[in-house]
Write a protein that binds this ligand. Structure first.
Ligand SMILES: NC(=O)C1=CN([C@@H]2O[C@H](COP(=O)(O)OP(=O)(O)OC[C@H]3O[C@@H](n4cnc5c(N)ncnc54)[C@H](OP(=O)(O)O)[C@@H]3O)[C@@H](O)[C@H]2O)C=CC1
Ligand SMILES: C[C@H]1O[C@H](OP(=O)(O)OP(=O)(O)OC[C@H]2O[C@@H](n3cnc4c(=O)[nH]c(N)nc43)[C@H](O)[C@@H]2O)[C@@H](O)[C@@H](O)C1=O
Length: 328
């Protein structure tokens, strides 16, 4: 019988099924690639992976025939239209439309073709703009959303609700994890459309390489954000697949928040840029604060391991080897 109360049903069978077929959707992205690395490290041998051009998840008929022929046993849904504050604000139709299509197609076909368990990934932006801090899972749908990402947030909330509805009606094991702001290798370093951390890493790196005097940072610098290294997130996803089968979504964060100004200073130090910061206050700050309450996941037995300082250094090394050197 499916758990609809929010109390946790521990299954523990996922880790024992190392040859079970697992579809990791979005395996070339920041999150999907980290999940693939983690699963491979743990000895999983039967991953089914499709690039965007091999399988467009917005196509209902293609998704349906993929599940009908491949019949995966487990699904981790890490494919989505993703971007930072500017991209979310500029392409609202894509953020709501593409995400609703991808998640609806994948969740429905996975259920229909007998997938044993599915993990859907949302985001901390599902919570109200002025949610209590740290934000508990119960804050969902208790107030208005942050306008810069409400379209994406509405799609993600629909994903959580779809997993809950399928659990209620079909006793199907679909769970949802809500990651905080993530970073790490394979991030998107686009100058405008990326999230703050990769955007600043690239901007400081290019300023240092060009002997520039200053770097422009968006907004006031006062918003607070919680950052989690993507390898920690991947570890948490595998943990949830193995240990959690509850109705309620689960926050996945680091518990540590910094202001954007503090983040900018940290990235500047890691990159070794010596110039000054200039704040562009014409750019939006977004939500003032979004520290998640991670006690639910901690009580299940999972905590993060990678500090922001170590994670930043590791990510910059990866950036130098894989982005900068590839261009040369
Ligand atoms: N990055 C972050 O800070 C956070 C991310 N998340 C969530 O984690 C998940 C993964 O995000 P992240 O790894 O950062 O995103 P990325 O943009 O790095 O990766 C997303 C992946 O999805 C694929 N994809 C997108 N559209 C389609 C499509 N129509 N068909 C098939 N594949 C598609 C992309 O392929 P291609 O590039 O070829 O289009 C890409 O491989 C998302 O659900 C996101 O909401 C949650 C909180 C924070
Ligand atoms: C994970 C989460 O990410 C998004 O929300 P966000 O946390 O607001 O995302 P962000 O990383 O883009 O910005 C964080 C802060 O940083 C400031 N900032 C400074 N300078 C740059 C800069 O150069 N680029 C960006 N992007 N931001 C900058 C920026 O002004 C803001 O105050 C959601 O849309 C949604 O995608 C989501 O779920």
């Amino acid at each position: 019988m499916a758990d609809t109360t929010g109390s946790e049903m521990k299954s523990g069978s996922f880790m024992l099924e190392k040859s079970a077929k697992i579809f990791v959707a979005g395996h070339r992205g920041l999150v999907g690639s980290a999940i693939v690395r983690k699963l491979q490290d743990q000895g999983f041998t039967n991953l089914v992976l499709r690039t965007h051009s091999e399988l467009d998840l917005t196509s209902q008929s293609d998704v349906e025939s993929f599940f009908a022929t491949q019949k995966p046993v487990y699904v981790i849904l890490a494919a989505a239209k993703v971007g930072g504050i500017h991209a979310n604000n500029t392409y609202p139709a894509d953020f709501i439309g593409v995400n609703l299509q991808i998640q609806t197609n994948v969740i429905h076909s996975a259920y229909k073709h007998g997938v044993k368990k599915l993990l859907f990934l949302g985001s901390s932006c599902i919570y109200p703009k002025f949610a209590p801090q740290p934000i508990p899972e119960s804050a969902l749908l208790t107030g208005p959303l942050e306008p810069t990402n409400e379209w994406y947030a509405i799609a993600k909330i629909a994903g959580i609700k779809m997993c809950q509805a399928y659990r209620l009606q079909h006793q199907w094991d679909a769970i949802s994890g809500m990651p905080t702001n993530l970073y790490g290798q394979n991030d998107n370093f686009h100058p405008e459309n990326s999230h703050v951390l990769p955007a600043l890493m690239r901007r400081f790196h290019e300023a240092k390489a060009n002997n520039a005097d200053e770097v422009v940072v968006w907004g006031s610098g006062s918003p607070l954000r919680e950052f989690l290294h993507v390898d920690d997130l991947a570890d948490a996803c595998v943990f949830l697949m193995d240990q959690y089968s509850g109705f309620e979504h689960v926050n996945v964060g680091s518990g540590v928040e910094v202001t954007i100004k503090e983040l900018a200073e940290l990235v500047k130090e890691v990159v070794g840029f010596k110039g000054k910061l200039v704040w562009d206050c014409t750019k939006p700050d977004g939500t003032p604060r979004k520290l998640m309450d991670n006690s639910k996941l901690a009580s299940l037995g999972w905590t993060p391991k990678i500090s922001l300082k170590d994670g930043l250094s590791q990510t910059y090394e990866w950036y130098l080897e894989n982005v900068v050197q590839q261009k040369q």
